[in-house]
Ligand binder design. Structure first.
Ligand code: HEM
Length: 230
């Protein structure tokens, strides 16, 4: 896991090269929705407003930021529901809690963990520790989201938690561009589950994903039965 200071492992370089090669090919072949976000980025490249490297890195960056995160949000949500049957029952009784349940899933098992680095632009003091200008500091979203000074019973998964001002999408100028899309996807999936499923159950041992950026699963066997075919 992770990279040696100042460099990439050969495996990471190969994987990154493969992903960006794939994206460059899609851009070259025009295999994206006309007039969508990818089309606009490629067109900006065509007009010379972006360099070719920028086009590929923007397309790849958004793909990774959007897909890996959302997939892990759904996996973490499913795991939380399977391991908290009382919270599932509450959702079935009160489907109006679906949006709050998505926020709670994002807080409880934040997909982006431990977090991203920032660099201080001036000397600053945080929790009694003085950081010189130019310090590399990790904003640990997952940790902040379990802060007992902010959240009562932070280690409990409570679908009716309110308020729930978590940091799973970051904060400030770099706040997640796709947060509304991710929230909508989560709501649609959970609404369908609550309306149609008899429950979400673990169907075997799961394997967590060893990853220095994302919290999720390599495999999570689940049983989800339709309510009418119980
Ligand atoms: C559950 C799903 C998602 C989670 C947990 C998530 C989380 C995050 C986090 C923590 C950041 C960094 C904020 C910071 O640096 O302070 C971020 C940035 C970003 N996200 Fe997401 N994200 C999700 C889905 C998406 C989707 C669906 C898209 C695109 C459609 C997207 C696009 C981006 C982009 C472009 C940025 C960079 C924004 C900037 O630096 O100005 N994300 N996201």
């Amino acid at each position: 896991m992770g990279c040696p200071a100042g460099g990439e492992t050969p495996a990471l370089a190969e994987a990154t090269g493969g992903l960006f090669g794939f994206v460059a090919q899609i851009a070259a072949d025009g295999e994206y929705v006309a007039d969508g976000w990818a089309d606009r980025i490629v067109q900006a490249g065509g007009r010379g407003e972006l360099g070719q490297g920028e086009v590929v890195s923007l397309l790849g960056g958004i793909l990774v930021a959007a897909m890996d995160t959302t997939v892990n949000m759904l996996g973490n949500l499913a795991h939380a529901l399977a391991t908290h049957p009382d919270q599932w029952a509450l959702l079935v009784e009160r489907p109006d809690l679906v949006p709050a349940a998505i926020e709670e899933a994002l807080r409880y098992e934040s997909p982006v963990q431990p977090g991203f680095f920032r660099v201080t632009t001036a000397e600053t003091t945080v929790a009694g520790v003085t950081l010189p200008a130019g310090s590399r500091v990790m904003a640990a979203f997952g940790s902040a989201n379990r802060d007992p000074r902010r959240f009562a019973d932070p280690d409990r998964f409570l679908v009716d938690r309110s308020p729930n001002d978590h940091l799973a999408f970051g904060r400030g100028v770099h706040f997640c561009l796709g947060a509304p899309v991710a929230r909508m996807i989560g709501r649609v999936v959970l609404e369908e589950l609550v309306a149609n499923a008899a429950g979400v159950h673990l169907a075997g041992p799961f394997v967590r994903k060893p990853n220095r950026m994302l919290r999720g699963f390599d495999s999570l066997p689940l049983t989800v039965r339709h309510r009418s075919r119980r």
